[in-house]
Write a protein that binds this ligand. Structure first.
Ligand code: OGA
Ligand code: MN
Length: 202
C-alpha cells in the first residue's frame, strides 16, 4: 500500500512551481486541527479578535468588503497547537525557499473567524503600495463542513476563466502566489475558522 506523506510537501512544491497554486488536504492531522480550533475559539472568547480592515495595515473597516474578525498570531500567547502549526508552516517556508527561490523572509499570520453571514469580496492579496506579500497560505480549521454551511473559497486559476469552489475543510491548506490569483469568500452560514497569512519578501 502506498501511504501518502502528511503533509505532501513534494506535491505542494510541484504545484507552486507549475500553476502557482495548490489545495492540499491533510496538511495537519485531525486531532491537531481540533486543538488549534479550540485555541482559536479560546482567543476569541477572551476578546482578542477585532473586525478585519482592508488595505495595508488593515486601517480601513469595510464590512461590505470583508466581514471576518481576526487576531494576529504575534499578538497572542502561543498554545501548543498553534506553536506546532507555525513550525509546520516554517518548514514549508524553508523548503519553498530552497527549491523555488522565492526569498520568503518572514510570515504575517492571523486567525480569521467569519461569523454567520460574513464573506470577503473578490480580491488579490498583494497591496498596490506594498509588494512584499508573496505566498498566501490558508489553513482551514473546520470539522465536518457541509455544503449548506456556505463559506466556499471561490478561486480563479485564470482571472477571466472559470472559477473553482473550495470548501474550508479542516486540515486543508490552500496556498498560492499572492499577486496572481483572484479569490473570494462566499458568505458562511456558520462560524468559519482559519489560520491565514502571507510569507513575505523583504
Ligand atoms: C484572505 C482570504 C480566504 C479564505 O484572508 O485574504 O482571502 O478562504 N481568505 O479564508
Ligand atoms: Mn485573500
Amino acid at each position: 500500500m502506498i501511504r501518502r506523506a502528511t503533509p505532501d510537501i513534494p506535491a505542494i512544491l510541484e504545484a507552486l512551481a507549475g500553476p502557482g497554486w495548490c489545495v492540499a488536504s491533510g496538511f495537519l492531522e485531525r486531532d491537531h486541527v481540533a486543538a488549534l480550533a479550540a485555541e482559536c475559539r479560546q482567543a476569541h472568547a477572551a476578546g482578542a479578535f477585532h473586525p478585519a480592515g482592508v488595505g495595508r495595515g488593515q486601517s480601513a473597516r469595510r464590512e461590505e468588503i470583508r466581514g471576518d474578525h481576526v487576531v494576529w498570531v504575534d499578538d497572542l500567547e502561543r498554545g501548543p497547537a498553534l506553536g506546532a502549526a507555525l513550525d509546520r508552516l516554517e518548514d514549508l517556508r524553508q523548503v519553498v525557499n530552497r527549491t523555488l527561490f522565492l526569498g520568503l523572509f518572514d510570515a504575517e499570520l492571523h486567525f480569521a473567524l467569519y461569523p454567520p453571514g460574513a464573506g470577503y469580496q473578490r480580491h488579490l492579496d498583494r497591496f498596490r503600495d506594498d509588494d512584499r506579500r508573496t505566498l498566501t497560505t490558508i489553513l482551514y480549521l473546520n470539522a465536518d463542513w457541509q455544503a449548506e454551511d456556505g463559506g466556499l473559497l471561490r478561486f480563479w486559476p485564470e482571472a477571466d476563466g472559470p472559477h473553482l469552489d473550495i470548501p474550508p475543510l479542516g486540515g486543508t491548506l490552500v496556498t498560492f502566489l499572492s499577486d496572481r490569483f483572484w479569490h473570494e469568500v462566499l458568505p458562511a452560514h456558520r462560524e468559519r475558522l482559519s489560520l491565514t497569512g502571507w510569507f513575505r519578501r523583504r
